[in-house]
Design a protein around this ligand. Structure first.
Ligand code: AMP
Length: 200
């Protein structure tokens, strides 16, 4: 999320996060939000059909016409195939896919200390990236909260789900020829410049 937001700002294109869209649906109490919540709380993936429809709608919005950074999508081979087909029909394609590798111990530390702005979704970290004023967003002043799926049980489940359902996408996009692998254990700045170099 941190990197996708920074890259989108630098490139002047929109940041589209499937998790943010789902949390926004939850906050608005839509049918999608209500259905998604039980999966998200447990750290499970929301069914492909729902996610694919949500993202395919979002990328057709006017603000996405110059391109976008997708964050958290696709997460299964089925989602990747649907995205490829939908883009192909419009003569569009994916420029690059970034796989940001972080070891499990570091991941658990990062998620456990994460705080997110309720208003603009900017992520902070208690140790790595604290806000200037405790509990409030530097960008918009909104209050910060901890996600209910950043608890240790849900995080362990999310890591398992990643290995089973999302990791196969690494080979999928190597075969498609557009995967870049980035060391995510560097500093925020270091990861950002590696990403920018890789997609330039
Ligand atoms: P994130 O904010 O990307 O960590 O996503 C939070 C949760 O939303 C995930 O653990 C899933 O339950 C759900 N979710 C987000 N993106 C997807 C996706 N592409 N496919 C299925 N579920 C998703």
């Amino acid at each position: 999320g941190t990197q996708a937001k920074a890259i989108a700002d630098t490139l002047g294109i929109v940041h589209i996060s499937s998790g943010d869209l789902l949390r926004d649906n939850q906050a608005r109490g839509t049918d999608l939000g209500i259905t998604a919540r039980s999966y998200m709380q447990q750290g499970l993936l929301v069914p492909d059909g729902l996610i694919i429809e949500m993202i395919e709608d979002r990328i057709q919005d006017e603000d996405a016409s110059q391109g976008y950074v997708l964050d958290g999508f696709p997460r299964t081979v089925e989602q990747a195939e649907s995205l490829g087909e939908a883009l192909g029909k419009r003569g569009e394609y994916i420029d690059r896919v970034a796989s940001i590798a972080v070891g499990e111990a570091e991941l658990v530390m990062r998620l456990g200390g994460r705080w997110i702005c309720r208003k603009c979704q900017t992520p902070y970290h208690e140790i790595n990236l604290p806000p200037a004023r405790n509990g409030f967003c530097d960008d918009c002043g909104g209050d910060l909260y901890q996600r209910e799926d950043d608890t240790s049980d849900a995080v362990s489940k999310r890591i398992k789900v990643f290995k089973d359902q999302t990791a196969p996408l690494i080979d999928y996009y190597i075969q498609e020829g557009n995967l870049v692998e980035i060391n995510g254990e560097d500093t925020i700045e270091g990861v950002r410049s590696a990403l920018l170099n890789a997609i330039a």
